[in-house]
Write a protein that binds this ligand. Structure first.
Ligand SMILES: C[S@@+](CC[C@H](N)C(=O)[O-])C[C@H]1O[C@@H](n2cnc3c(N)ncnc32)[C@H](O)[C@@H]1O
Length: 187
């Protein structure tokens, strides 16, 4: 099993301190983050596309998580978790409607005041892919990267406000907090 994502390892003690112990790993992949969090005392739900869930059916890591869900089951569920993990998922979703659906589902399963940790590939301004590249959705390479400002623009309408972020060589990670009940935003 590969190491958990850098942001998950870096921020897990913060989430422990906040008593954000119920977690949804949304786009769990090989379950590296799910397993790390479960081993560190969090109660973990893992979700992925139906075809990936099928591949995980006999994965030993399943013994450590509360439940594995396919995304179609997640759409109508309300897990009310304290924390949603999303590492290297949002930047590979290229369709804007699918991105909207992904965020809407994440928020629907997150309690008011809960956290979303997002880590995505980031763009390096010094290595612009092409002089003609002005629209990041129009360029195949740039479309798979985001900055924290772009994340803010996409996540703020869902009542998610950034409370921390950092960059490293090829990635940006940010923690967002969902508005408390009295500040709910209509999506
Ligand atoms: C690059 S992998 C990252 C996996 C894991 N989060 C990690 O960091 O190791 C992307 C994962 O996102 C899943 N995925 C893609 N689109 C998704 C969507 N709309 N909803 C949920 N998961 C999705 C893929 O099936 C894949 O398992």
């Amino acid at each position: 099993m590969s190491r958990a994502a850098e942001s998950v390892r870096r921020y897990s003690s913060f989430f422990k301190k906040q008593k954000a112990l119920d977690v949804l790993d949304y786009g769990t992949g090989t379950m590296r983050n799910a397993l790390f969090m479960a081993d560190n005392g969090f109660r973990v739900f893992a979700a992925d596309l139906p075809e990936q869930v099928e591949k995980l059916r006999n994965c030993p890591a399943l013994l450590h998580v509360e439940r594995l869900l396919a995304t179609d089951e997640l759409t109508n569920s309300s897990l009310n978790v304290d924390l949603v993990l999303s590492t290297y998922v949002f930047n590979i979703i290229m369709n804007q409607e699918e991105r909207h659906h992904y965020l809407k589902t994440a928020v629907a399963n997150l309690k008011a005041g809960g956290y979303l940790l997002m880590e995505v590939r980031c763009r390096r301004p010094e290595t612009a892919c092409d002089v003609a590249c002005s629209d990041y959705f129009g360029c195949a390479e740039c479309a798979k990267t985001l900055t924290h400002g772009e994340l803010d623009m996409l996540l703020n309408p869902f009542g998610l406000k950034r409370i921390s972020h950092y960059y490293r060589s090829h990635a940006v990670a940010a923690i967002y907090q969902r508005a408390h009940a009295e500040e709910h935003v209509r999506i």
